[in-house]
Write a protein that binds this ligand. Structure first.
Ligand code: ZN
Length: 130
């Protein structure tokens, strides 16, 4: 099996989906959507660009772009450095997640690893999950 890393652009490229594209692979556009108080990195399926399958919120476009540059979506479930997963507890699972088990431990909606201790963003985070 060949791993094809996404092609990451040098800069954000405006698209016709009310945002920008920062990368793409065979299956997805990796879009950057500006909101009032944050930016969201979303995976937009090329087969149906009207929706997005997964998303992560960042403080700004710079941290989003950095995260995209170091992320291998083939083996790493989610990128680094986000502050909120807008889809809640539904985390993405990478096609070959098993090859990087340390990276792919469960994370809360704020991107922290519950196994490492309480969430530093919200003391009540995950309290209803048990
Ligand atoms: Zn949390």
């Amino acid at each position: 099996m060949t791993t094809i890393a996404p092609l990451v652009y040098d800069e954000l490229v405006r698209n016709d989906r009310e945002g920008f594209t920062i990368a793409e692979d065979d299956e997805y556009f990796y879009d950057a959507l500006p909101y009032a108080f944050n930016w969201r990195l979303v995976m937009t399926p090329k087969a149906d660009p009207r929706v997005w399958d997964y998303g992560w919120c960042y403080d700004g476009s710079a941290s989003l772009i950095l995260a995209m540059r170091v992320w291998n979506p083939e083996t790493q479930n989610e990128p680094l450095g986000w502050k909120k997963r807008p889809t809640g507890r539904t985390a993405r699972i990478a096609p070959r997640a098993g090859t990087e088990p340390k990276y792919n431990r469960p994370r809360c909606v704020h991107g922290h690893y519950p196994a490492d201790g309480p969430c530093s963003t919200d003391p009540y985070c995950g309290i209803h999950d048990r």
